[in-house]
Design a protein around this ligand. Structure first.
Ligand code: Z5A
Length: 211
């Protein structure tokens, strides 16, 4: 059995990831692929329980290091119970956020030491790394406007302030620049159909889509 492919969607708030993830899943299914659509933090029952803890409450409820550990506890459960079994049976896994979000949110924007995050990547991911990461890039203020319009209420990370979100954007762009073979930057300013076309071009350029 050929291993499936692992695609992750990353970027700041309100960049349009969830919307485009649904569109990509439909196109991959139409191309004959079994697709598992999932998200982080969360994606397995245990990880969804950790999601409740980490996303709700006051902005300073957890320190960046504690957040890093909670994200990785959730991620390990998600990998063991959902991601690895799906890839092993040949399914394609499309995940809304993954390890790059920890690098950007808790690392670049939050100040957690890069050495701690690298050690967790080595020992917790154990090689379960994306084949392709789509990094949705959008001016910070546009993303926050979209996220607020959609949510109607602020969650912990949305309330962290503009400087935090600027560091976040730079953090994601730095990851893309450091790993161009794995990452494609998607210009998220376009309308829904333009962004969908950009996503599809990146996926079909880099991965063999048709079953
Ligand atoms: N987090 C972390 O800190 N560390 C980690 O390791 C991980 C996560 C894994 C998860 O929140 C939070 O966890 C996240 C990072 C942190 N921060 N926060 N908050 P989430 O899963 O609830 O939300 P999110 O991942 O940030 O996504 P989002 O805010 O839902 O945005 P999105 O998925 O990128 O966008 P969307 O929902 O598809 O679109 C937002 C709105 O814009 C919606 O009304 C759309 O209709 C609209 N939209 C979408 N595309 C367009 C275009 N092209 N034009 C105009 N309007 C558009």
């Amino acid at each position: 059995m050929t291993r499936g492919r692992f695609i992750t969607f990353e970027g700041g708030e309100g960049a349009g990831k969830s919307t485009q993830l649904r569109r990509l899943v439909a196109r991959l299914q139409a191309a004959g692929r079994e697709v598992v659509a999932t998200r982080e933090p969360g994606g397995s029952p245990g990880a969804e329980s950790i999601r409740e803890l980490v996303l709700n409450g006051a902005a300073d409820r957890w320190s960046p290091v504690t957040e890093t550990l909670l994200m990785y506890a959730a991620r390990r459960d998600h990998i063991e119970r959902v991601i690895r079994p799906a890839l092993d049976r040949g399914a394609w896994v499309v995940c809304d956020r993954f390890a790059d979000s920890t690098r950007a949110y808790q690392g670049a924007a939050g100040g957690t030491a890069p050495g701690l995050i690298s050690a967790l990547e080595t020992h917790i991911l154990e090689g379960t790394r994306p084949d392709l990461t789509l990094i949705f890039d959008l001016p910070t203020e546009v993303g926050l406007e979209r996220a607020h319009a959609r949510a109607g209420s602020e969650m912990r990370f949305e309330s962290k302030g503009m400087a935090f979100h600027e560091r976040l954007r730079e953090g994601f762009l730095a990851i893309a620049a450091a790993e161009p073979d794995r990452c494609a930057v998607v210009d998220a300013r376009g309308d829904l159909d333009q962004v969908e076309a950009e996503v599809w071009a990146a996926v079909t350029d880099r991965l063999a889509v048709h079953a």
